[in-house]
Design a protein around this ligand. Structure first.
Ligand SMILES: C/C(=C\CNc1ncnc2c1ncn2[C@@H]1O[C@H](COP(=O)(O)O)[C@@H](O)[C@H]1O)CO
Length: 265
């Protein structure tokens, strides 16, 4: 994060977000995040247990405040779609352009677009939404390294806690779209799938974009999960696999129509 011939240690760090706040800290300090303070088992010494007893009850207020600010910021949002995808997708690649196209097509169909607000596929989808003139929302997360919301976000919120942020992705969206991604994207995809499968959320299309990328997973779900009776055959239909931005919009519209026919609002 430094340039030129200046002593690296003297250069201010780019900093990172701690919840909604941007601060500069040393690399060691950056390794600690609020989520980690709450969850990390490596803290289980007697000293850490004492701290836990003293501090955890008060953390609830901070957790609560994240829900309050999220609910408040998003309360007037119209129809929206959450787009997940890799933080590592490079600008100028086909996948990045696909993400821009998806954001734009969703925008033209009247949906605001919500992402994790980071780089890669998130940035691409935000860019498309911005270009379509619809709200382009980024729900960032405090991470143990420098992070900022991408430049195409026009409504941005930063969260300390993954679980508070995930609630916003679900509560304020009418569908999920997954571009190619890694563990983060898979986590978000499977959380959504579980919520639909267990009817915690209803009327919720989940669309995977990019058959080259996702068909291996779809085959594994059919050949292993269904075959071993870990999921029902019908559960596979909760996922739709498409390749183009237009097909994303069609898939969402089709699922909504089908759901309306089964159980009119
Ligand atoms: C890896 C880098 C930055 C990470 N920055 C992120 N900012 C916001 N949201 C993120 C970030 N990384 C992951 N996420 C969430 O998970 C999904 C992507 O994870 P994947 O493992 O890359 O698939 C994404 O949808 C976000 O919600 C440095 O460039």
């Amino acid at each position: 994060m430094t340039t030129g011939d200046t002593d690296d240690a003297m250069m201010p760090d780019e900093g990172c977000y701690v919840g909604p706040m941007r601060i500069r800290r040393s690399a060691d300090q950056l390794a600690m995040t609020t989520d980690r303070r709450l969850l990390d088992a490596s803290q289980r010494t007697s000293e850490a247990r004492a701290q836990r007893a003293q501090k955890d009850p008060w953390r609830v207020l901070r957790i609560q405040s994240e829900f309050v600010s999220g609910f408040d910021a998003l309360r007037d949002l119209g129809e929206a779609v959450t787009v997940f995808g890799s933080a590592r997708t490079q600008r100028g690649t086909d996948t990045y352009e696909l993400g821009v196209g998806v954001g734009e097509a969703l925008g033209r169909a009247g949906f605001a677009v919500m992402t994790g607000g980071g780089p890669g596929a998130m940035e691409a989808a935000n860019k498309g939404a911005f270009q379509a003139g619809v709200p382009s929302i980024g729900l960032g997360i405090e991470l143990p390294f420098e992070q900022r919301l991408n430049e195409w976000v026009d409504i941005g919120l930063n969260f300390r806690y993954f679980f508070a942020r995930k609630t916003m992705f679900v509560k304020y969206a009418q569908a999920f779209v997954c571009l190619p991604g890694g563990f983060g994207t898979l986590d978000e995809l499977f959380e959504a799938l579980t919520l639909v499968q267990t009817t915690k959320i209803t009327r919720f299309p989940i669309v995977l974009v990019g058959s080259d990328f996702w068909s291996g997973l779809m085959n594994w779900i059919r050949e292993v999960l269904v075959a071993e009776k870990m999921v029902g055959a019908a559960d596979v239909d909760l996922l739709q696999l498409v390749d183009t931005p237009e097909e994303v919009v069609e898939a969402i519209a089709r699922t909504r129509r089908e759901l309306d026919e089964q159980a009119p609002r």
